[in-house]
Design a protein around this ligand. Structure first.
Ligand code: SF4
Length: 227
């Protein structure tokens, strides 16, 4: 079998998303009309030894779908990268393009679906189609802490935990919610509002709120390292 990233890059399981990601890449948006667009699925990004797994919703049409890297080239990516930097998980506070020098330390970013969906809304079927890739990343990284950005990512993580034998059916999404369990190792799921413009511009999610999530993740990982 081909390596995971090769299979993701060649994936055409979701016809609606394949059509959308390519159409957006072809038609572009005025401010990026002179830039090449990626227009393909996105692979996960970060430290292959990471014990912190950050799960987002999906690539943004003119963010990841343009730049070819998760949470890169849009406002959500700026918020997330700055928070990771403040918590010591990134070497720089900005994420502009694939060759900008960003290095994640102890963290890995992925998403519930890997192709940009119209209106940022993947269907249930598309989420299910992409789930095996997330499970494979999980099995490979064996993360200690999982941060779910938004309810859709939270549900995807919960389903993966259940597939792996831990029923988290009672887990409810709320910003700052924390769920701890043990399977082959201790795990912690931290829920956060997604750093979308809709949340950050309305004050629903503040820098302080996002920082608290990654500070908690850092504390858990540091405690484990010192034991
Ligand atoms: S969203 Fe996932 S499963 Fe669907 S086409 Fe993209 S990579 Fe494949």
């Amino acid at each position: 079998m081909l390596p995971l990233n090769d299979r993701v890059l060649a994936c055409t399981r979701c016809p609606r998303l394949v059509a959308w990601r390519e159409e957006v890449a072809r038609t572009k948006v005025r401010r990026y009309r002179n830039e090449p667009y990626w227009g393909k699925p996105l692979v996960g990004f970060g430290d292959p030894e990471a014990k912190l797994l950050v799960v987002g919703l999906a690539p943004a049409a003119h963010g990841g779908n343009r730049t070819g890297r998760m949470f890169t080239g849009d406002a959500s990516g700026q918020w997330l990268t700055a928070a990771l930097y403040r918590a010591g998980f990134a070497n720089q506070p900005t994420s502009e393009h694939r060759t900008d020098g960003l290095v994640l330390r102890g963290a890995y970013i992925t998403a519930a679906v890997r192709c940009a969906p119209p209106q940022n809304r993947p269907t249930k079927e598309e989420l299910q189609a992409c789930r095996p890739y997330l499970l494979e990343e999980w099995n490979s990284l064996d993360p200690r802490v999982i941060v779910a950005l938004g309810r859709i990512a939270f549900d995807a993580v919960r389903e993966i935990a259940e597939q792996r034998g831990t029923p988290l059916k009672s887990a409810a999404f709320a910003h700052g919610a924390r769920y701890d369990w043990m399977d082959s190792r201790p795990r912690t799921l931290l829920a956060s509002y997604h750093p979308s413009r809709q949340n950050t511009q309305t004050g629903r999610l503040t820098e302080g709120m996002l920082d608290q999530i990654f500070t908690t993740a850092r504390e858990i990982l540091d405690i484990e390292r010192s034991c």
